[in-house]
Design a binder for this molecule. Structure first.
Ligand code: AMP
Length: 287
C-alpha cells in the first residue's frame, strides 16, 4: 500500500499528535525525493527503530544556488510514495513551496565554521538553505529521531552542529553510504548522467579508496595523498571541483593525518555534479 501523502502542516501535526498520544515514537527521514536504494536504507532503519517513520519530500528552493539545477532536479512523487508504503513508512510529508515558504523567508539558520570549506566554498548559501529547511522540518514534525546519510558528510556535520548549538531535542542517526556494484554512490542525480559519464563515474570512488588504502598503510602527509588522488582523476580527464582531507567533525582541512580523517570530493561529469567521501583511518587507529 502506498504511504499517505500529506501536503499540509496542520494535517501532518494532527496525524502525529494521535501517534504521540498513543505513546508512539516518530522518526523523520528528510529527502528531496526521486528515492533510490540509498534513501531506502534510511527509511528501513527509521521503520525498524521508531513507531511512525515520516519521509519528507521537498525540493528546497533556498538551498539551490543554480536555478537550472533546481529546475532539472528529478521529481517522482507517486513512485516515491509507493516505495515508502512498501518499506513500511506510513506518511510522506510533501508540502508545496507555498506551504513551507508562505512569505519570503526572513529568518535563516547560519552554521559557521563547519560550512566554510568543501561544498560550502563552492555553493554559497547552500548550507544556510539546508540548515534552515531542516530546522523547519524538525519544528513541523518534532521527531524523536532523524536519519541522515554519510554520503552527505558535511551536511550531516552541519546538522549535528546545529542540533547541538540550538538544543534541538532529538537524536541524529548516521546511515552508511549505499553504492552500486561498481562503487558509485547512489544519488538522485545519477539518472542525469549520459552513458559515457556513467562509465566514468565510479572513478571517484576508486580514487577515494586508493587514498583510503594509502592512509591505512601509514601515509600521513595530507598534501601528498591529496595530490596523488587529484592526479588520478585528472588522468581520466575528470573535472575536480575539490578533493580535500578534513577533520570528520569540524570539516576543516588537515596537514597531518594522525587520527581518522574524511577524504571528500566533488567532481563534474558534463553538467552533473557528484560528491562522495570516505572515512579513512591511519594504522595506529585500527582496532
Ligand atoms: P537527498 O534526497 O539527496 O537530499 O538525500 C536525502 C538523504 O538521503 C540525505 O540524508 C542523504 O545523505 C541520504 N542519501 C542520499 N544518497 C545516499 C546513499 N547513496 N546512501 C545513503 N544515504 C544517502
Amino acid at each position: 500500500m502506498s504511504a499517505e501523502v500529506i501536503g499540509s502542516i496542520a494535517t501532518l501535526r494532527e496525524a502525529l499528535a494521535r501517534i504521540r498520544r498513543a505513546g508512539g515514537r516518530v522518526g523523520l527521514v528528510p529527502t528531496m525525493g526521486a528515492l533510490h536504494a540509498g534513501h531506502a536504507r534510511l527509511i528501513e532503519q527509521a521503520v525498524r527503530e521508531t513507531d511512525c517513520a515520516v519521509v519528507s519530500i521537498f525540493v528546497n528552493p533556498i538551498q539551490f544556488n543554480d536555478p537550472r539545477d533546481y529546475g532539472q532536479y528529478p521529481r517522482t512523487l507517486v513512485e516515491d510514495a509507493a516505495l515508502c508504503g512498501r518499506l513500511g513508512a506510513p506518511i510522506v510529508f510533501a508540502p508545496a513551496g507555498e506551504e513551507m515558504y508562505p512569505r519570503p523567508q526572513q529568518s535563516f539558520v547560519e552554521v559557521q565554521g563547519v560550512t566554510e570549506f568543501l561544498c560550502g566554498q563552492f555553493r554559497p548559501g547552500h548550507f544556510r538553505g539546508v540548515a534552515t529547511v531542516v530546522l523547519k522540518l524538525f519544528q513541523i514534525v518534532q521527531p524523536d529521531v532523524a536519519y541522515f546519510g554519510e554520503k552527505d558528510a558535511q551536511q550531516l556535520a552541519v546538522i549535528r552542529r546545529m542540533v547541538s548549538d540550538l538544543n534541538v531535542p532529538l537524536r541524529i542517526v548516521e546511515v552508511a553510504t549505499v553504492r552500486e556494484h561498481d562503487g558509485l554512490a547512489l544519488s538522485s542525480r545519477n539518472r542525469l548522467l549520459s552513458g559515457e559519464e556513467r562509465r566514468l563515474a565510479p572513478a571517484l570512488y576508486q580514487v577515494l579508496r586508493q587514498a583510503q588504502d594509502r592512509i591505512a598503510a601509514g601515509a600521513c602527509d595530507a598534501a601528498a595523498v591529496r595530490r596523488e588522488a587529484v592526479a588520478a582523476l585528472d588522468e581520466r580527464r575528470i573535472r575536480v571541483e575539490y578533493l580535500e582531507i578534513v577533520d570528520p567533525e569540524s570539516m576543516q582541512p588537515l596537514e597531518r593525518i594522525d587520527a581518522p580523517v574524511r577524504v571528500a570530493a566533488a567532481i563534474w561529469l558534463g553538467v552533473t555534479r557528484l560528491i562522495d567521501n570516505l572515512l579513512c583511518t591511519p594504522p595506529a587507529f585500527e582496532p
